[in-house]
Design a protein around this ligand. Structure first.
Ligand SMILES: Nc1ncnc2c1ncn2[C@@H]1O[C@H](COP(=O)(O)OP(=O)(O)OP(=O)(O)O)[C@@H](O)[C@H]1O
Length: 403
């Protein structure tokens, strides 16, 4: 049985590639019966989550938890199991190793190798290190066409000769800590997620939060952003206020710049690159008042720092995924919040775009007084966080360690 690799960079959309494969556009992959094809992709996962919400039934057979409440890694594992159980003839997988911790990646590698004798695999990947050794045919997708696979590298960098723009108004913060977690614990019913977490974040510090899939990274983040009701009654101090002491959500949120990959997908309107950055001054989804000269100047300087000055008027949606991510981070940074949270920002990016993004984040850390919290299950090569907070799962909930 053939196992086919389709390697693509971020100039090729994986959803378009999947559509073309299913429609038999490529002579290299022939699908005789579409009903025998199963697709593993974020869009399919999203459709199952919606279906489960509308029909209130449990698709993956987990009677205790809905798909929505599973962690990102758990969702991917459950989806794969479900699809394999359906006994497809062809299994099409869109970057399945993304968002999985090292052990889960290894397990997935073994699972795919095992089923590759019975099922034809078509694997869409963007990172070279994810390519399994058992692929029998390898192609490179370029401009949505397939050619023989070869290694390639582009080189684009952020502009190191320009510093990031200063905020219009500098933030003054007098407390020693931005965030203080004292003995924080979280459980859902009998399921213990976090156990006695002690963690302080000071202004300007650069942290990476790591931990395997399901260890509670997202849960801990939701405590820090004030979004988790389980924070009430605990020794949780956010920007100098104890959680639940009457602080307004607005006051809390204005201190935080937040980036998640989902956020990028939410912008469906036709906004240009510069409009997207300017939106950061107004905390609005694209619709804003007329920008001032200073705001325009700052936004255009951010574009120059990213090496994107020629894309000012380009529609955001037409930019590569890597550029879209950088613009969303610049948007979160225009006001230099006290804390910038970057939740798995490299998911779905090819190696070149990862390098550029990492370079950009290091630059923000070096040239601003904003504290950065970078969340990822994997160590990103070249990223320079000063501190690591690692969650280690146990029966009683994950414990945290600083190193
Ligand atoms: N409402 C809920 N009910 C039951 N369990 C929940 C609920 N919400 C989250 N969990 C569980 O809490 C655990 C931690 O989830 P969380 O999303 O914080 O993990 P994570 O470290 O971010 O994982 P990943 O790397 O896979 O994204 C998971 O096992 C998840 O299933």
């Amino acid at each position: 049985m053939n196992s086919i690799l389709i390697f693509h960079d971020n100039s090729c959309s994986s959803s378009i590639l999947i559509k073309k494969i299913v429609e038999n556009t490529f002579s290299e992959i022939v699908i005789e019966d579409k009903t025998k094809v199963k697709i593993f992709s974020p869009a399919v996962l999203e459709s199952f989550i919606k279906e489960e919400e509308i029909h209130e039934h449990n698709i993956f057979g987990n009677q205790l938890q809905s798909i929505k409440t599973l962690s990102g890694g758990e969702q991917k594992k459950a989806l794969l199991q479900y699809l394999i159980h359906e006994q497809p003839e062809i299994l099409l997988l869109d970057n399945p190793f993304d968002h999985l911790d090292a052990q889960s990646q290894q397990e997935l590698h073994h699972t795919l190798k095992d089923i590759s004798t019975k099922v034809q695999l078509v694997l869409l990947l963007s990172r070279k290190k994810d390519i399994p050794d058992f692929m029998t045919k390898k192609y490179l997708a370029n401009n949505n066409k397939l050619s023989a696979y070869k290694e390639f590298s582009k080189s684009t960098f952020v502009n190191d000769s320009i510093t990031i723009p200063k905020p219009i108004e500098a933030q003054h913060y007098n407390d020693t800590y931005l965030i203080q977690c004292k003995e924080i614990s979280v459980s859902y019913g009998n399921k213990h997620i976090l156990k006695n977490i002690n963690w302080n974040i000071k202004p300007g510090e650069f942290w990476q939060l790591t931990g395997p899939n399901g260890s509670g990274k997202t849960t801990l983040l939701s405590m820090i952003t004030g979004d988790n009701v389980k924070g009430y009654g605990q020794e949780l101090y956010l920007f100098g206020h104890k959680k639940g002491s009457g602080e307004s959500v607005w006051e809390l949120k204005k201190n935080i710049g937040y980036f998640t990959t989902n956020l990028t997908q939410q912008f469906t309107g036709r906004y240009t690159a510069i409009e997207m950055i300017i939106g950061g001054f107004f905390d609005a989804v694209g619709l804003y008042n007329k920008p001032t000269e200073v705001q325009l100047k700052i936004a255009s300087q951010w574009l120059s720092v990213m090496g994107l000055e020629n894309f000012e008027k380009t529609y955001f949606k037409e930019l590569s995924l890597g550029y879209q991510r950088m613009i969303m981070i610049a948007r979160a940074m225009v006001k230099h919040p006290l804390l910038l949270i970057l939740d798995e920002p490299t998911t779905g990016l090819d190696e070149d775009n990862v390098r550029i993004l990492v370079n950009f984040i290091n630059k923000i850390a070096a040239e601003s007084t904003t504290a950065i919290l970078y969340v990822s299950h994997r160590k990103e090569e070249g990223l320079t966080p000063k501190y690591h907070f690692t969650l280690s799962p146990s029966e009683n909930g994950s414990t945290g360690k600083i190193h």
